[in-house]
Design a protein around this ligand. Structure first.
Ligand code: NCD
Length: 372
């Protein structure tokens, strides 16, 4: 493709995901549907290299475990590759390079960029500097739309719908970017919101106004426990210590809410407890073993949700029948997973990669073939 074609192609692609406003409700549902079909690929059971030859640039200017690693896992499970900025301290940022210059340069190395930055609005700014799509992985106390997509996926998985649910958002609603993006999306699906926070950490007024403009049924309260029994979802968040200018202010809010298993006696049977993680002390480990805890599944769902987003923004359709389109994947034990419809020839081919390394397994496979 000539230079003109390259520019033209870039121009046609959907721009990035900076806030949930970049997606319609139909987009959201169709991406979540793609994500559900990609589950066997995320689990490593099916190999489907839809993004082979594509490169994701991971630009994390702030700490991250889940977002960065799940983006990387998503890309690699789909056969794509990842380049990382790495530790900000060892990058040219410390030499005084501007975000604009960094983005313009990484834009040339990659097909899509996932970015996290401590400054609110940084992702929008980066999108203006880049031709490739930017996925906002968190901009200060602003937005975190890719987290919202995995949150919605988790809710849909448990409740079978996103519509009309009663959702408690609790903790740091002032600085917590996950709840800024999630509240907006939930309201668009007609959910009722109960915002539980200490006075100092109330949801910013402009966000509440935006929610009300979208017809939201929103209640603000300081009382978490008095509101969990009616809820379908309780979404806990960490108090964002790093965003406080004043340490005393943090000390006044720290430990405001601590959800314990003994608080769950009267909650709805199918109520789910979510948390974007990392948790500090807002969910006691006693909750982990209850039927309500969903935060670890939620973290896993980051892989499928981000796979579906990467495909969407790179303009690569997810096949309707992922199992038929994909191949057997290499399992965690090193042998190839074999689908039930594989014949003995497939079974042998699948085993081939291991033959030189694992005599014992070879014997087992031949023994099992005798019975086919
Ligand atoms: C969240 C974040 O970075 O905003 N974490 C995440 O992406 N899973 C929540 C937090 O740090 O408290």
């Amino acid at each position: 493709m000539g230079m003109l074609g390259w520019w033209y192609r870039r121009g046609l692609e959907m721009k990035g995901l900076i806030t949930m406003d970049d997606l319609t409700n139909e987009d959201i549902l169709s991406i979540l549907d793609d994500a559900a079909r990609l589950l066997p690929v995320a689990k490593g059971e099916t190999f489907l290299p839809l993004l082979q030859g594509k490169i994701l640039g991971n630009l994390f200017f702030e700490p991250s475990t889940r977002t960065r690693m799940s983006f990387e896992t998503a890309m690699k499970r789909l056969g794509g590759d990842v380049v990382n900025l790495g530790d900000v301290k060892t990058s040219s940022v410390v030499k005084g390079e501007t975000l604009f210059d960094t983005i313009q340069m990484v834009d040339g190395y990659t097909d899509i960029i996932a970015m996290r930055h401590p400054r609110q609005g940084a992702a929008r700014y980066a999108q203006d500097a880049a031709r490739v799509p930017i996925l906002n992985g968190g901009d200060g106390a602003g937005h975190h739309p890719t987290q919202t997509m995995l949150d919605l996926f988790t809710i849909l998985q448990s409740h079978g719908t996103l519509e009309g649910l009663s959702v408690v958002l609790a903790g740091d609603l002032r600085y917590g970017r996950t709840v800024h993006s999630l509240s907006h999306a939930l309201v668009r699906f007609g959910c009722k919101l109960i915002l539980a926070s200490p006075e100092l950490l109330r949801m910013p007024t402009e966000i509440i106004e935006d929610l009300r403009e979208h017809g939201a049924d929103v209640t603000e309260t300081e009382d978490l426990l008095g509101n969990i029994n009616e809820a379908d979802v309780v979404y806990m968040t960490r108090i964002q210590k790093e965003r406080f200018a004043d340490e005393d202010e943090y000390a006044r809010c720290a430990g405001a809410y601590k959800l314990h298993a003994r608080h769950l006696a009267e909650v709805k049977e199918d109520m789910i407890i979510m948390h974007p993680l990392p948790r500090v002390d807002e969910i006691d480990p006693s909750v982990d073993d209850t039927r309500h805890a969903r935060y670890f599944e939620q973290a896993f769902n980051g892989v499928v949700a981000r796979m579906a987003l990467l495909c969407k923004l790179l303009g690569v359709p997810v096949p309707e029948d992922v199992a038929a389109a994909g191949g057997a994947a290499v399992t965690k034990h090193g042998n190839k997973a074999v689908s039930s419809k594989s014949g003995s020839a497939d079974l042998l081919l699948a085993a081939g990669a291991d033959i030189a390394h694992d005599r014992k397994r070879l014997e087992t496979i031949f023994l099992s073939l005798i019975h086919i």
